[in-house]
Design a protein. Structure first.
Length: 223
């Protein structure tokens, strides 16, 4: 990657990180949604165990909707603050895209590190293949960050109501979401783990990243 482009990405990431620490809207929304949902489920189960398939689906539902609660703030906050036009004039499209995407991915990784240990502890789940679970969570976070950043820019530019963000995200992220559930279920049981699904997730993440890079140029410089 070109040095000037990487420098610009670091500047955008630093700006997003500083604003995130200052206002904490996305952070608090995501973390409180995940924590509240997990606490309610844990209390409702009253110590009962779940089948690995149900536990895996529940984990990814929590991660997905917690991410949706905060992942669309990047461009919406710029639009609300009136700085979106300034960013379009002075900011390179690829710099803005990759900087915001990197910050969103960082936010999701932090959320994952926070919620997964609590999930395993409160639901009494045991991990049989920790490396596969870590790879699954990382690839899932990258996919959600790539799709979320692009769709957040699309919905802001098209002036679509933010409530449609999750609806637009779901069909795009399903090819990552479904194998992630199967892989997570495999790591929570003593059965065979479908490791080849990791390759499929990685390939689809690559497609999402490439598509976001190509489409964002047209979206960013659109009148």
């Amino acid at each position: 990657m070109h040095a000037s482009l990487w420098q610009g990405i670091k500047l955008v990431f630093g700006k997003e990180f500083t604003l995130g620490l200052r206002f904490k809207a996305a952070w608090s929304t995501m973390f409180m949604f995940a924590l509240t949902t997990l606490a309610c489920v844990s209390l409702a189960l009253q110590g009962a165990s779940l089948e690995p398939e149900l536990a895996a689906a529940l984990l990814w539902i929590i991660l997905f909707f917690a991410a949706m609660a905060g992942a669309d703030h990047g461009f919406a906050d710029e639009d609300t603050a009136g700085t979106l036009l300034t960013l379009q004039i002075y900011g390179c499209a690829q710099t803005v895209l990759w900087g915001k995407m990197l910050y969103t991915c960082f936010l999701l990784v932090c959320l994952t590190f926070f919620i997964v240990p609590l999930f395993l502890l409160l639901l009494g789940a045991e991990v049989a293949a920790g490396g596969v679970l870590a790879g699954t969570l990382l690839l899932g976070d990258v996919g959600i960050a790539a799709a979320g950043t692009l769709i957040a820019a699309l919905t802001t530019g098209a002036q679509v109501k933010s409530g449609l963000f999750s609806v637009l995200m779901l069909p795009v992220i399903l090819p990552v979401f479904l194998p992630a559930i199967f892989l997570t279920a495999g790591t929570l049981s003593s059965g065979q783990v479908p490791v080849h699904y990791l390759l499929g997730m990685a390939l689809y993440d690559g497609v999402l990243l490439a598509a976001a890079s190509v489409l964002f140029d047209y979206l960013w410089y659109e009148d």
